[in-house]
Design a protein around this ligand. Sequence first.
Ligand SMILES: N[C@@H](CCC[C@H](N)C(=O)O)C(=O)O
Length: 283
Amino acid sequence: MEFIKMHGLGNDFVFLDHYSVSDRDVDYPELARKLCHRQFGIGGDGLAVILPSNVADARMRIFNPDGSEPEMCGNAIRCFARYVYDQKIVIISDPMLVETGAGILKLNLFIKEGQVQGVQVDMGEPILRADLIPVLGVGEPVVGQPIEVLGETYMYTAVSMGNPHCVIFVEDFSTLDFDRVGPALEKHPLFPRKTNVEFIQINSPQEITMKVWERGAGPTLACGTGACASTVAAILNNKTERAVTVHLPGGDLFIEWGPDNHVYMTGPGAYVFKGEWLGTQLS
Ligand SMILES: N[C@@H](CCC[C@H](N)C(=O)O)C(=O)O
């Protein structure tokens, strides 16, 4: 099975080009568990599948390393756009349209001398309704609400970018027990579909620094939907202006919550290698 390995700021993905495959009776969740495994597989923070679409230029399905299927992935969709453009898989519209579990998204590719230099994604409107994020037992908006985890109370803001995010502002990452608090919040009973967890330090009204614990994946070097949700949360808490550079362990994303209520994410998508998977024996 041929694959491509790509990353967006170190958030790495195994891509399968199934656009023209006739037999798509594939167990993608099981494949994701095998392919994403760091020792027994190729290794990745997710499996992204390129598929045809009846309503857009192409369709992206994404799977976490635990086999769960999230609605969207911000870093993968920029890689997806670059690959689809480079391989001429389909004649793309301008802007490019990609069908995802979070709806049909519009993407602008920045191309210089035939090379994709970066991608801007219209991530749509953030979802702030508690029942849609979803978060249980809170009123609207879910901004600066208390949550108890491992005997400590944190103040969180919940935002969905199609997938759920719990954003917590911290003074200093060094005082945070990230490896314990991250997974405990991911599976907290307040979040019936679990949640991604972002810890944010505010650097200035135009800059924030983010550490992320992803649902179904654990700690990653970057999360595009997380950067969007964190920017929205920072604005809702009056901590930043509406255009923000988000510093992530793997690099920077530029996020803007526009006057049209849409969130725009700009960043790169990069190739790592391509290869052939020969099968994985997990046991
Ligand atoms: N890394 C992604 C998000 C991938 C999905 C996430 N783990 C979830 O379950 O919602 C991004 O860049 O947005």
